[in-house]
Design a protein around this ligand. Structure first.
Ligand SMILES: *Cc1c(COP(=O)(O)O)cnc(C)c1O
Length: 395
């Protein structure tokens, strides 16, 4: 079959995105109900969303913020990261993981990943620890939880805090413990491409009450009370005890979040079913390598990542990407390793060659569409397009 990139008929005429929100009628009703209520922000829906989210993950506290980046910033603030402090972060992540540390004046120290899972490599974490290290921030890349028992052991032995950037992994588990309950602090994003959405939004879970209190003030200008608390107390008084931000989530977003959270078990199940169909379909395509999935974890499949093995194909990732795009499949690349971006090269003196596993993975990876709202036909189209392109380029 002639590839669309060579003028053939594409598998799809409309592009299937790599991810998108899954919104139903009850989500819309939940939002409009709050729009007609007294509180659009700092209202009671925030408390309810936080309580329900904490219960869902098993954590004692959950703090809602305006996005996943704010969640990382708040987490770094909660543990007092400042100038001179180092936090170990993977380079195979979105830049916000490192930026949370930088916003607090700290230094992110990048760390390489395992070649088969692209998760942070505990051995590399140990090697990156210095006398200035304060915390490890792991990323549950693609929705697969990291090896938290290994990371916890390192953190405890070296007196470090453990943070999970769990923006990909809501709905996942590690050894029967829920994501959100695996680190001292876990951060989430509710961007439309993530496991659930509030438009923009974020959350931090923790068992530590003092961290939760610090983050609740931090998201609200470091004021000692919120607008609603003063309203209830009939008082105007508050104090500002630090430099805070306006990182508040609105109440109509919290209502959407509550409604979306209910669907996480179903949505996760759907993502796993799609991943299973891909696994089966690609098993016989030599040169298309899905990432390794570890035992004793439940994957949340925010992403389904394949690696293009140039030894078995006549083209590389870039050509494969273009060919699939032409077929109407919205593929993506997660991620360009953070240390290779000009800003970090300049400010942190990073360079090519420092993290070889992440760099060589980056040359080969492609994210295929996976989201709860995909139809059977959408899944078939992805499989058909990958198979078609593979046939054209296999050696
Ligand atoms: C999406 C994401 C973030 C940032 O979340 P926003 O809500 O977009 O600010 C941070 N870390 C990871 C790993 C992410 O995927």
């Amino acid at each position: 079959m002639k590839l669309a990139i060579d003028g053939g008929t594409p598998v799809r005429t409309t592009t299937l995105p790599y991810s998108r929100q899954w919104i139903t009628e009850d989500d819309c009703e939940a939002v409009t109900r709050v729009l007609r209520s007294d509180w659009l922000t700092t209202g009671p829906m925030i408390d309810e969303f936080e309580r329900t989210f904490a219960d869902f993950t098993g954590a004692k506290h959950a703090v809602a913020v305006s996005n996943g980046t704010a969640a990382l910033h708040a987490a770094m603030y909660a543990i007092n990261i400042g100038p001179g402090d180092e936090v170990i972060v993977p380079t195979m992540t979105f830049a916000a993981t490192a930026n949370g540390v930088l916003f607090c004046g700290g230094t992110p120290v990048f760390c390489d990943c395992d070649t088969d899972t692209l998760l942070i490599d505990p051995t590399a974490v140990e090697a990156a620890i210095t006398k200035n290290t304060k915390a490890i921030c792991a990323v549950d890349y693609a929705g697969q939880p990291c090896d938290y028992d290994a990371l916890r052991k390192i953190a405890d032995e070296r007196h470090l805090l453990l943070i999970a950037d769990a923006c990909h992994a809501l709905g996942g588990c590690y050894r029967h413990r829920s994501v959100g309950f695996l680190a001292d602090l876990s951060t989430f994003s509710f961007h439309p491409v993530k496991p659930m959405t509030t438009g923009e939004g974020g959350m931090i879970t923790t068992d530590n009450k003092e961290f939760a209190n610090r983050m609740r003030q931090f998201r609200n200008h470091c004021m000692t009370s919120s607008h609603r608390e003063r309203h209830e107390q009939g008082s105007w008084e508050y104090e500002i005890r630090g430099l805070g931000w306006n990182y508040r989530l609105t109440d109509f977003q919290a209502a959407l979040g509550l409604s979306q959270l209910k669907k996480i078990p179903r949505a996760t199940h759907k993502r796993r079913q799609i991943a299973e169909r891909y696994d089966t379909a690609f098993a016989s395509l030599v040169g298309i390598l899905p990432l390794k999935v570890c035992s004793e974890i439940a994957h949340a499949y925010h992403l389904y990542v394949i690696r293009i093995d140039a030894n078995n194909l006549s083209v590389g990732r870039a050509e494969f990407f273009r060919a699939l795009t032409a077929e109407g499949i919205g593929v993506n690349v997660h991620y360009i390793p953070v240390h290779l971006h000009p800003f970090y090269r300049e400010h942190l003196k990073t360079k090519k060659g420092m993290y070889p596993n992440a760099e060589s993975a980056y040359e080969r990876i492609l994210s295929l569409p996976i989201f709860a709202g995909m139809s059977e036909e959408d899944v078939n189209d992805v499989i058909a397009a990958v198979t078609k392109v593979w046939k054209a380029y296999k050696r």
